[in-house]
Write a protein that binds this ligand. Structure first.
Ligand code: WT7
Length: 669
């Protein structure tokens, strides 16, 4: 059999759940059996965790794949499920959001407060002529109004399109135009790295190119001067003056809820469309199952921005539908100091923390002494999302943050999947550092070879999803063809034939996630990065993730990014950019010695085939604003090409450093 993706890294450590947590877990091992016995009945049962105005007639209509309909005929209101029903149940005084501004100002918002604000916003939007089916762009910092605005849209059946507050005029304008938005909700600015950072000027420039926009609703956050045009309205003069009562109407289970643009690797951003009933069912259930949320006692904190899908599903819709108390933080992790996150955990006694590997590795680089200064004993479940988490970063998180007590859930999913798909269950799974372990109950994930055949344990290939799931994307906004082509045409019934495929082909439809993965000897799943990033070295397909993890397993390394650079002998050669840990000396010969040692270390861990041709020691890596390493850019550096567009970089000065690092720390022995 030809190898689709090599399996080089092996891991033997495994951590069973703490006994007390397992005994009291929201979801036990039996859930897997129940879901396997009858998948649709299982999802139907999870849908009943929500309050429906009308029950569905059919759980899933998959008669026109890949266009799914879940809970057909059912009706519900999302905002009612996230807010009103908790107040009606007597929890109006319970804190929904402990908000912490970057400068240290705070707000405490109860479920009753949230109901008032969402009702006022729903009334104000209605007064502005926004009705069900209209699109509203939201371009806000991490302030409570972001959640209020999203819930108000959902309440009246308008689709929100949240655009990350760090995006440029062009990015905002293209997204507004693609969805033909009627309204933008923004703020004068937000606080970032100790300073007010303006948003309104970006909106003004974007709106000048977007005739569909009728009004701009502006929250006053920083109080800085803003230019004012005739479409502009202050939030405090409209929303906060509106009537506080609003009757939520039920919407069809398949009524569109939101569009969220994902950039992918090439081409114009894709407007991922999610709908109402299936989406809320899965994000609510997975939040309950994966984080073991006990709404009475837990304090939950997801550090993502609402501009990403993690913020939609696991700040707004999942936690609020479950009546959680959560922390929302406006700023960056190192303002005013590098212990800020741990200070917030300590202050609010956070018990469930959900963050990203890029942050964990950054904290690792800053040093163990920083988290050690804080009382983190409230933490009982830790989550990770966004990228593969290297086994050593996982261990660092376990030891320095979870203090060897809290289980870690490494959650794999995508903007497109809407909710978590592959993850340990904290009260069930004996997790392995670096593995997302298994598909959740009710989800069918597999790893396949080029011919769509399931690979055996120990094999690597492409991650696919074999059955439709409730929170799956329904299409790409305005582009059904691209939806089919991107996700459904590589394997299964949709392969190659495109439109000509009929149900009579006898094959099932298979969703291709774009990620490489492997099954270890026990069948646990390991995510190996985007398949576009796989390196072809002397005829072997090697994942960047495995080489990065091998590098990070060396005690002197905090973070690594690996790319395949064109090479006359091997086709592609492995080039690694490596950030040393805070305390490591890399001056002069020490740097050269470390590079040699690291090359040998990788060869020892993964075999000689994976030995990097070149390692560069760098102080930073270029990342997108959502924290993903920009490997294409590093590839350009590795191949000495020009750098192209770097405007989405967190800090474009990084590239200068990398270029300098390249000249001084090159090793080609
Ligand atoms: C891509 C999706 C899911 C919300 C945030 C990102 C990568 C995500 C993991 C994980 C390995 C992961 C995948 C995926 N990814 N979580 N736990 N282990 N890789 O959403 O921007 O749509 O990105 O992120 O490559 O396809 P997104």
């Amino acid at each position: 059999m030809s190898e689709t993706l090599a399996n080089l890294y092996s891991e033997t450590r495994q951590f069973p759940p703490p006994e007390a947590l397992a005994a009291d877990a929201n979801v036990k091992a039996s859930a897997y059996d129940e879901a396997a016995a009858d998948r649709l009945a299982f999802w139907e049962q999870q849908a009943r965790r929500l309050t429906w105005a009308q029950e569905w007639d059919e759980v899933l209509d998959w008669s026109n794949p890949p266009f799914a309909k879940w809970f057909v005929g059912g009706k519900l209101n999302i905002a009612y499920n996230c807010v009103d029903r908790h107040v009606e149940a007597g929890h109006g005084d319970k804190v929904a959001i402990h908000w912490e501004g970057e400068p240290g100002d705070t707000r405490t918002i109860t479920y009753a407060d949230l109901l008032t604000s969402v009702s006022q916003a729903a009334n104000a939007l209605t007064d502005l002529g926004v009705t069900a089916g209209d699109r509203v762009a939201i371009y806000l910092p991490m302030i409570p109004e972001a959640a209020v605005a999203m819930l108000a849209c959902a309440r009246i059946g308008a689709l929100h399109s949240v655009v990350f507050g760090g995006f440029s005029v062009d990015a905002l304008a293209t997204r507004i135009q693609d969805a033909d938005c009627k309204l933008v909700i923004t703020a004068d600015g937000g606080y970032r790295r100790g300073k007010p950072s303006a948003l309104k000027p970006t909106v003004d420039e974007a709106v000048a190119q977007c005739p569909s926009i009728e009004n701009v609703l502006v929250v006053r956050r920083t109080g800085e001067d803003v230019a004012w045009g005739e479409k502009d309205l202050w939030w405090h003069e409209t929303v906060e003056q509106a009537a506080t009562e609003h009757q939520a109407q039920p919407f069809d289970a398949e009524h569109p809820l939101f569009i969220l643009y994902t950039s992918g690797t090439t081409g114009k951003p894709k407007g991922i469309l999610h709908t109402t009933g299936g989406y809320l069912t899965q994000v609510s259930y997975t939040h309950h199952a994966v984080f073991d949320l006990k709404p009475e006692t837990d304090v939950y904190w997801c550090t993502a921005d609402v501009g990403w899908v993690t913020g939609h599903s696991y700040i707004v819709y999942g936690p609020l539908s479950n009546g959680a108390t959560q922390v929302m933080y406006e700023g960056t992790p190192d303002t005013p100091h590098k212990g800020r996150f741990w200070e917030v955990v300590d202050k609010y006694k956070v018990s469930i923390l959900y963050t990203a590997p890029t942050l964990i590795r950054t904290m690792m680089k800053w040093g163990d002494d920083i988290p050690a200064k804080y009382d983190l004993s409230s933490l009982r479940v830790l989550g990770s999302v966004g990228e593969p988490i290297n086994p050593e970063a996982w261990m660092w998180y376990r030891e320095n943050v979870g203090r060897e007590r809290a289980p870690i859930v490494d959650t794999w999913w995508q903007t497109e999947t809407g909710g978590i798909m592959i993850s340990p269950l904290p009260g069930v799974t004996a997790a392995k550092p670096g593995s997302a372990m298994t598909a959740l109950p009710g989800i069918t994930a597999d790893v396949v070879d080029d011919d769509a055949k399931s690979v055996p344990d120990g094999g690597g290939g492409f991650l696919v999803l074999r059955d439709p799931w409730p929170s799956m994307l329904r299409t790409i906004w305005g582009d059904d063809q691209r939806f089919k082509g991107t996700y459904w045409s590589r394997f299964g019934a949709g392969a190659g034939a495109g439109d000509a495929v009929t149900a009579s082909s006898g094959k099932d439809w298979v969703y291709f996630a774009g990620d490489g993965a492997k099954k270890d000897d026990d069948g646990s799943l390991w995510l190996l990065g985007r398949v576009d990033d796989v390196m072809l070295v002397s005829g072997h397909n090697i994942s960047t993730t495995e080489v990065e993890s091998a590098l990070v397993s060396h005690p002197s390394v905090a973070e690594a990014a690996v790319v395949g650079a064109t090479d006359p002998t091997t086709g592609q050669a492995i080039v690694a950019f490596t950030i040393p840990r805070g305390n490591v000396d890399t001056a002069g010969d020490a740097g050269e010695d470390l590079i040699k040692e690291l090359r040998n270390h990788v060869a020892k861990k993964l075999g000689p085939i994976a030995k990097p041709r070149q390692i560069m020691l760098v102080p930073e890596l270029p990342k997108t604003r959502s924290g993903k390493i920009m490997r294409r850019l590093l590839k350009d550096v590795a191949e000495h090409r020009s750098l192209g567009d770097v405007t989405t970089l967190q800090d474009s000065a990084v590239m200068d450093l990398i270029s300098t690092g390249m000249q001084s720390a090159k090793s080609e022995d």
